[in-house]
Design a protein around this ligand. Structure first.
Ligand code: SF4
Length: 428
């Protein structure tokens, strides 16, 4: 196995990341100024009519054993924290005129648009369209915290959960920062659901490394507080999904690779500890790898623009989205180490609202592309990873990744040179 290159020691990393905070302060100043200008222009023009009964986005994606319906509701306020370097999800995703009735109408309309109409039979509720029989999960992937009542009012939370209790969804996923995950409210929402339904609270930890989480992501959590929150949620019968960002700002590809492995190992240990401490042996902890993407106007976009200027002068870029081989390598290594036996490992896609302008991808070599009729290697890896989400078939994933490596040898060699390592099966 080759040595890992381009990985800084902790002190050097902390020092360089601290110096880089300057870029964030600069972007924040600019973006606030631009926002103010846009607001003034809008006031002068008059606010365009907005359909408050339409969610920001919705769609169907994969999950273990089936598919999930995702919805990004337009709520009252954007993420109250709005401080994570990698995120611009909160940007213009809310409207203070939204009422709880609007939010419920968004929910109903999005379900109808995806042909998820409920039929109640002797066996309980089911989808009218048999083609949707495997859609047994719903994810509220908003632009902040579902549990923050300043964003999604309590009344709207309760109205939606009452609806959910009469629907075929078996698992309900809501997102929250830890400071809004009030246990009494979680217990109340859990209590509305049927006993055969589960509730998962999704938390963005992003990285288990304190230096990376604070100085490269600016998450604003202490690891101890995160652990207390996870244990409390497990104690009231909720499962937890933890987002782990693949390649935060200012981190090299090799460091990003190691960081996600470190986070996966930490989460496996945490899941075991929480099961023992709460006596909840069914507690399910999902690690959701989130390959980074860039949204227009966000901080990563700012770094990308600076990187383009730097490239002209032959300097290293400040930010690049990760390679798909990195995501596949992280998954295969966590499987090989047994981590995926202790937690549910899932892989996200680079899609969201507002739509990204740059996503996780391999930088395919021209000859590889020609040899594959113009089809990129990322598309094939993404498909294999999404299949793994559903069936957790490690053998099938390894075979699919090996096929991609054989079909795109120059691209793979370029990736290996970048991460400076051979990992479990990705280098086979
Ligand atoms: S990642 Fe979540 S908590 Fe962080 S700014 Fe975005 S919406 Fe807010």
């Amino acid at each position: 196995m080759k040595e890992i290159v381009m990985i800084r020691d902790k002190a050097e990393l902390a020092r360089e990341l601290t110096e880089n905070q300057y870029f964030y302060a600069e972007w924040r100043k600019r973006s606030q100024h631009e926002r103010h200008q846009r607001h003034q222009e809008m006031l002068a023009r008059g606010r365009p009519p907005e359909d408050l009964n339409r969610a920001n986005w919705h769609g169907i994606a994969t999950t273990r054993g089936g598919r999930r319906f995702q919805i990004g509701l337009k709520v009252l306020n954007e993420c109250e924290y709005s401080g994570c370097f990698n995120c611009f999800l909160y940007h213009e995703a809310a409207c203070t005129a939204v009422t709880p009735e609007n939010i419920l109408a968004q929910f109903d309309n999005a379900l109808a648009a995806n042909r998820l109409d409920v039929v109640v039979g002797k066996q309980g509720p089911r989808w009218g369209d048999p083609g949707n029989a495997d859609v047994d999960q719903i994810d509220f992937n908003g632009s902040g915290s579902f549990l923050n009542h300043n964003e999604t009012p309590r009344e709207a939370q309760l109205m939606i959960f009452r609806r959910l209790a009469a629907m075929p969804f078996r698992n309900i996923l809501i997102e929250s920062r830890i400071e809004y995950a009030e246990i009494d409210q979680v217990r109340r929402l859990r209590g509305i659901l049927r006993p055969d339904q589960t509730l998962t609270v999704a938390i963005g930890l992003e990285s288990a490394d304190d230096v990376i989480r604070e100085l490269a992501i600016h998450k604003g959590y202490d690891l101890k507080d995160f652990e207390v929150c996870v244990e409390a949620l497990a104690g009231v019968g909720a499962d937890v999904l933890v987002y782990a960002l693949v390649r935060p700002a200012f981190i090299t590809e090799a460091e990003a690779f190691e960081d996600s492995l470190n986070t996966g190992r930490y989460l496996a240990r945490l899941a075991e500890r929480v099961r023992a401490a709460t006596g909840n042996r069914d507690f399910d902890l999902t690690m959701k790898l989130e390959p980074a993407f860039i949204q227009e106007g966000g901080f990563l976009h700012f770094l990308l623009q600076l990187s383009e200027i730097a490239a002209v002068e032959g300097e290293e870029p400040l930010y690049e989205t990760p390679w798909s081989f990195t995501v596949a390598g992280i998954v295969e290594t966590l499987i090989a180490e047994g981590v995926a036996d202790l937690i549910n490992l899932q892989i996200g896609r680079s899609t969201d609202f507002p739509p990204p302008i740059a996503v996780t991808r391999n930088r395919d070599h021209e000859e590889d592309l020609r040899a594959n009729g113009g089809r990129g290697s990322s598309e094939r890896l993404d498909e294999a990873l999404q299949d793994y989400n559903v069936d957790h078939d490690a053998g099938r994933l390894a075979a699919a990744v090996r096929d991609v490596i054989r079909a795109y040898p120059r691209t793979h060699a370029a990736w290996l040179a970048k991460v400076g390592r051979s990992c479990a099966t990705v280098a086979a």
